[in-house]
Design a protein around this ligand. Structure first.
Ligand code: F6P
Length: 365
């Protein structure tokens, strides 16, 4: 009999730490369980199209510190709604049965799906069709339910904080208001945490719709007190009281088609018009998804990987590895699918930001 096999794929938007998971899974599978690892290319696209490779020990070596994913990823591929052109018409076709056939043909013990909420939802669908799934939570947005943290977040927070630090000096020199827009989709974790770490004067997150008059009054007050510059950290999903989020584009064939971005330009114009203080906007965008993972993310990704393999070996299927209270624990995929973990109104981080005098676009007390 041949070796037992486990499959792995990385789905959704990439982030630092994906390669650390691939390495951790492969090394643990080979060293500890004598198993072979099959890696699917470009997330669920590889499963749909039968594109995969055996990940050798050598392939998994030397990739711990590399950003991105050696397997590639896709945030469009979905076996339950695969885009196909049939008779010149673009249609969404359910090809999940074909994926299950490949899964059976390859005689996989389990499929490890590394991704965000979209990936977990698709993985949950395959679990219902009989696949043995183990999920690993990845995203710079930190918006996956049931886990305190996701890998990739710390690296992105680092990049965003660094950007805020760099903008401080030029803001001071020119006496300007500098707006820095960070990613995070509908969750404000990245803006809130990098904003606190970078000493942002104003932090605007989607969970607290902002009143532009509060922001303007705060900037004016800083000027009166001799602070002739301000740093405004804006989550891409921030929205004004009674208003809407700003869409940068709609990606039609994506399971989550909205791409947010650009709200900081609107805020900058409003501040400039009302205060006569010059404003500049920096949207750091995909810089937050690139580069080498921080040591924290490497450690977290490796812990997730080893736990995922332990769950495969222990047949703890259709669960996601979660990091809860400094422990790695399995949680049912059902609890994670189609949900978002947002910043709660009573988050201790919000209290911390307020305590140090940060304006959150709402009355201070
Ligand atoms: O979910 C991760 C993320 O980087 C979000 O923060 C952002 O809104 C989105 O993906 C950007 O997606 P894309 O890479 O398709 O532009």
């Amino acid at each position: 009999m041949g070796k037992k096999r486990v499959g792995i794929l990385t789905g959704g938007g990439d982030c630092p730490g994906l390669n650390a998971v691939i390495r951790g899974v492969t090394k643990t599978a080979i060293n500890h369980y004598g198993m072979e690892v099959i890696g699917f290319h470009d997330g669920f696209q590889g499963l749909i199209e039968g594109r995969f490779t055996i990940i050798s020990y050598e392939m998994a070596s030397g990739i711990l510190t590399q950003g991105g994913t050696i397997l590639g990823t896709s945030n469009k591929a979905n076996p339950f709604a695969h885009i196909q052109t049939i008779n010149d018409k673009v249609q969404k076709v359910d090809v999940s049965d074909n994926c299950m056939e490949l899964y059976e043909d390859l005689a996989l013990e389990a499929l490890i799906c590394v991704g965000g909420d979209g990936t977990m939802s698709i993985a949950g669908g395959l679990a219902k069709k009989g696949a043995n799934i183990v999920g690993v939570p990845k995203t710079i947005d930190k918006d996956i339910m049931e886990t305190d943290i996701t890998f990739g977040f710390d690296s992105a927070r680092n990049t965003a904080s660094l950007a805020i630090d760099q903008l401080h000096t030029t803001a001071q020199s020119h006496h300007r208001v500098m707006l820095v827009e960070v990613m995070g989709r509908n969750a404000g974790w990245l803006a809130l945490e990098s904003g606190i770490a970078g000493g942002g004067d104003v932090i605007l997150i989607p969970e607290i719709p902002y009143d532009i008059n509060e922001v303007i009054a705060f900037v004016r007050k800083r000027t009166r007190f001799g602070k002739r510059f301000s740093i405004v950290v804006v989550a891409e999903g921030a929205r004004p009281l009674g208003g809407e989020q700003v869409y940068q584009k709609i990606v039609q064939d994506s399971p989550d088609p909205v791409r947010l971005g650009g709200i900081s330009h609107i805020i900058a114009n409003q501040i400039e018009d009302e205060t006569d203080i010059e404003c500049r906007v920096t949207i750091i965008g995909h810089l937050q998804r690139g580069g080498t993972p921080t040591p924290f993310d490497r450690l977290l990704a490796t812990q997730f990987a080893v736990k995922a393999m332990e769950m495969v070996a222990g047949k703890q299927f259709n669960q996601m590895v979660a990091y809860k209270g400094a422990e790695m624990v399995p949680v049912p995929l059902e609890k994670v699918m189609n949900k978002q973990r947002l910043v709660p109104k009573n988050s201790p981080l919000i209290q911390v930001a307020k305590a140090v005098g940060t304006n959150l676009g709402a009355p201070m007390h």
